[in-house]
Design a binder for this molecule. Structure first.
Ligand code: ZN
Length: 194
């Protein structure tokens, strides 16, 4: 079957809303209670809220991306943290509750920021995205440093405080404060917006 150029272009065309959601590290090793670097209850608690935010983004036809730790077995990060999310292992899988749909974008990363050494910025610019929502873990590590890079690149950043979790409650609260007051992110949960 022959396809005209215009029909091919229509096949790959996307809606452009200017917005994206980036789901960060909702992976078995962080979220499963038995995961290699599990957040325990804090990680389990946010699953329904992250699902809600993801569903909303899908309904609005925002760009959906999953930024996922995917480490080499001897990654230098393991000098600081126990080995986790090693490429090719089940621990590096996105949890089944948040299964990506076809055409949603996976951004593998080896460092805290989802922008560092990845094509996230390109993926966003290709879709004329100017505002990104961040959800996932850890509030004070990968979410915070992704937010910092996003703000340095002039993206508007939205964070629902109930859709992120930290390794500790103190770190979680501190990082929300940093994102709100230092980085100028818009926090959706007024209770913790300090
Ligand atoms: Zn990691």
């Amino acid at each position: 079957m022959w396809l005209s150029v215009s029909s091919v272009r229509r096949d790959v065309a996307h809606d452009v809303t200017g917005r994206a959601i980036v789901i960060i590290d909702m992976l078995r090793d962080f979220i499963d209670p038995a995961g290699a670097l599990s957040l325990g209850d804090a990680g389990q608690r946010i699953i329904p809220r992250v699902k809600e935010r993801l569903s909303l983004a899908r309904a609005r036809k925002d760009l959906v991306l999953f930024a996922c730790d995917r480490h080499r077995h001897d990654d230098a990060e393991f000098e600081m943290f126990p080995p986790h999310c090693i490429e090719g292992t089940p621990g590096a899988d996105i949890i089944p509750e948040l299964e990506p749909e076809r055409a949603e974008v996976i951004i593998p990363k080896r460092r805290y920021s989802a922008f560092f050494g990845t094509d996230l910025d390109l993926a966003l610019r290709e879709r004329s995205v100017t505002e990104i929502e961040l959800a996932g873990v850890c509030t004070n590590i990968c979410v915070l440093y992704t937010a910092a890079d996003a703000r340095n690149l002039n993206y508007r950043v939205v964070v629902d405080a109930s859709a992120v979790a930290g390794l500790s409650e103190e770190g979680h609260i501190w990082a929300l404060g940093e994102m709100g007051s230092t980085l100028g992110c818009r926090l959706l949960d007024a209770d913790v917006d300090g």
